[in-house]
Design a protein around this ligand. Structure first.
Ligand SMILES: [Zn+2]
Length: 243
């Protein structure tokens, strides 16, 4: 488990610590990848123990839809952004190359978990999450953009994430810092850097980055590298201060 460095309990899981067999070994948290459902249920229960609260795992669709979770352990609607302001609610974004992002708003105590892949970044998943957090503020709180912090989890890096040139152009037209080149010199996307840039533009006072590449680090799941594989998660708990 990697500490996300936020003011509330928040962390990123790795492959370690679960019960799933190959090729999902071992802490696979996704139900849609062909793993034994009983093993995934055990793994998710282990993550709830780490969080100290029952975790609501998002159901991604590579879009910008937002779902608010109001009760601990609630199974959320399909959405790539989960938000809550209810203390004791734990949110998780699962990924394996896409970018998991955790956010905290000190003004309200609200938190968000975001799954941002190529399509999500292009369509504006980061903006959608920040808008959802601002919606939970009072009108007076909305006038200043202070108190927002975020942590960007492990993802495919800009030296590894090769894409067709037109795809790179489509994302970079909206997020210029996403434009990258692989070690081999071919077109690529740097989604973590694009997310970091956008959060800065949106007024975040603190943005942390794990800077771990899922394709290069065998401790993490990578769909690009392994094809059939599991998913790790970014987890954040509302209302549990750690600093
Ligand atoms: Zn890489």
């Amino acid at each position: 488990m990697l500490d996300a460095g936020l003011p509330v309990r928040a962390f990123f899981t790795t492959r370690a610590g679960g019960v799933s067999a190959a090729p999902y070994e071992s802490l696979n948290l996704a139900t849609h990848v062909g793993d034994d459902p009983e093993a995934v249920a055990q793994n998710r229960a282990a993550v709830s123990v780490m969080a100290g609260a029952p975790v609501s795992f998002l159901h991604a669709e590579h879009g910008i839809r937002v779902a608010e979770v109001t009760r601990p352990g609630e199974d959320p609607a399909v959405a790539d952004v989960l938000v809550t302001r209810a203390p004791g609610v734990a949110l998780a974004a699962i990924a394996a190359d896409c970018v998991p992002i955790l956010m905290h708003d000190a003004a309200t105590g609200a938190v968000a978990a975001v799954h941002a892949g190529r399509e999500g970044v292009r369509l504006g998943a980061v903006d959608a999450a920040v808008a959802a957090l601002l919606d939970l503020r009072s009108p007076a709180q909305r006038r200043v953009r202070e108190g927002m912090s975020a942590s960007i989890g492990p993802a495919a890096c800009g030296r590894c994430y090769e894409v067709p040139e037109e795809m790179r152009d489509a994302v970079a037209s909206r997020h210029p810092t996403a434009r990258s080149t692989t070690r081999a010199g071919t077109p690529a996307l740097d989604l973590p850097r694009a997310v970091e840039t956008r959060l800065g533009e949106l007024g975040f006072s603190s943005v942390l980055r794990q800077r771990l590449c899922t394709l290069e680090d065998a401790r993490l799941f990578s769909h690009r590298r392994d094809g059939v594989t599991g998913r790790h998660a970014g987890v954040i708990v509302c209302g549990v201060s750690v600093r």
